[in-house]
Every structure is written in structure tokens, then in C-alpha cells.
Design a protein. Sequence first.
Lengths: 114, 111
Amino acid sequence: NAGVMQNPRHLVRRRGQEARLRCSPMKGHSHVYWYRQLPEEGLKFMVYLQKENIIDESGMPKERFSAEFPKEGPSILRIQQVVRGDSAAYFCASSPEGPNYGYTFGSGTRLTVV
Amino acid sequence: AQSVTQLDSQVPVFEEAPVELRCNYSSSVSVYLFWYVQYPNQGLQLLLKYLSGSTLVKGINGFEAEFNKSQTSFHLRKPSVHISDTAEYFCAVSERRQLTFGSGTQLTVLP
């Protein structure tokens, strides 16, 4: 039973380009969460999705960031027109029944904006 | 609003010594509490969780934590640490629709 799969592991983008981060949840998990970890900081919640629905996006920046979790395929976190401040580790997690029972995390995507 | 405070950002300890990593939370409703561990350049791994029932929770790798409602604490303990326990440890609380994480405690086990 594969865990939460994130790809790519490392992503380098020039300022102004788009970044697409992918997350395949564990088998049987229909709840997906995205977190961002800046250097020397803890994890900050970004968005919570179920299949085809955004449940809570209170942690998403208002501009340039979007997330989706389509009926088929992985969840995508999309960052348009990246800036240096977007450089961080982005972690995806999944759970079978919502957040109250804990998540399983992926290994993260480390985005570097040059 | 809820918050999680990890009182120590760095904890150095000698191998085979006991360790306690402190975590306090603030919440006006029932909470679910978690400890995660993060090894360098990896994701977070669940150590243990408190949902209900016994206030002493045992997790993986010999760790345990005690939920103390009156002190709103959920401290993590291990009686004898190993070099391999060197990692970042995060306390988290679940309320409503998300996990809120503390800022982390770097545990460094010295030979």
C-alpha cells in the first residue's frame, strides 16, 4: 500500500514561471491537505480538499495560488508567476475521514525560485 | 482560535538519557492532539495521537505522551534516547478542519 506520493521531489523555477506540484493520496483516502514549510519554521496550513471540492482554503494566499483535487488523478497545487518568497517545502497529506484522526504525509516538494 | 506552543526550539541530550519535549495548546473545545517527527529532507511521520480515553498515549519508537487537560499540555517523553532519535518534533492540534502545528523542537542526541 503506497503512501502519499508527491512529485517532483525538487522543483526549480525562475521568477515569473508557473509551478505545479502533484500529490496522490493513499489508497482509500479522499481528504487531501496542503501545507507549506518555510526554512526554520513549522508547517502552515494552506488548503483542505475532498474530491472535486475545496473544503477550506483559509491558508491560501489570495493571489497566484490555486489547488484542485479532480475526480480522477492527483491533487494539484499550482503557483503562478512564482517569486523568491515562494521558495519552501510543500507537503501534501491525506486522511480517510477528515483531519481529526491525523494525516499521512508525503515526502514533500522542495520548490526553489531563482 | 487555537494555538500550539512548543516551549523549546532546541533540546540537546546525551544518548540513553531521558527526554521530555513540551507542548501546550489553547482551545476552548475538545481537541485531538498529535506528535509528528520529521527527519532531514523528509516528510512528517506520525508518532502518536490522543483522540479520547486514557490520557497516557504510547507511540512508535518508544515514545509516549500524556494529555493533561487542566494544564492544557501534551508533553512527549522517552525514557532513553538513541542517536537515531535526532530529528525535528512537531506537536499538532486538530480542530474543525485542519491540523495546527507548533513551531517544532529540534532534538539532538549526543554520543
